[in-house]
Design a protein around this ligand. Structure first.
Ligand code: HEC
Length: 107
């Protein structure tokens, strides 16, 4: 390849790559799919929303098998200790009331 041809080839390459990058960058506005799962309404639902969904979605709760109070409690403690969830201790009982009633079982 002679020098001139080489330069032309290089220029075309840059132009194509640049164009591709531009097309890609222009396409960069994207949306998350809408959340499909919703928390069951009821007393305490706001508290759960406020404490539990900074890190993950409702599905993490709603796809659990019905857990007992002790199991939900263990889950909250795990969130606090392992993942650093800032759940205030005086909210834990109210959270458990809601979780056991809506996503749990008595025994
Ligand atoms: C600081 C972030 C954070 C907060 C706040 C948080 N979680 Fe989690 N949670 C996680 C992470 C991380 C996982 C594990 C994700 C994975 O394994 O993919 C998880 C997973 C879960 C799971 C699935 C089972 C398991 O143990 O992995 C449940 C149930 C759950 N969280 C409940 C809760 C509840 C209830 C609250 C509110 C009291 C809460 N989480 C708040 C970070 C958090």
């Amino acid at each position: 390849m002679n020098q001139k041809l080489h330069q032309t080839f290089f220029f075309v390459l840059i132009a194509v790559a640049g164009g591709a990058w531009f097309a890609f960058a222009a396409d960069e506005e994207w949306k998350l799919p809408p959340e499909t799962a919703r928390l069951k309404p009821g007393p305490g639902a706001d508290l759960v929303t406020g404490n539990c969904f900074n890190c993950h979605s409702v599905d993490y709760l709603s796809t659990q098998p019905p857990l007992t109070r002790d199991q939900w409690k263990a889950s909250i403690i795990k969130m606090q200790q392992k993942y650093g969830a800032p759940v205030a201790t005086n909210n834990v009982d109210a959270l458990l009331d809601y979780l056991v009633k809506n996503y749990g079982r008595a025994k």
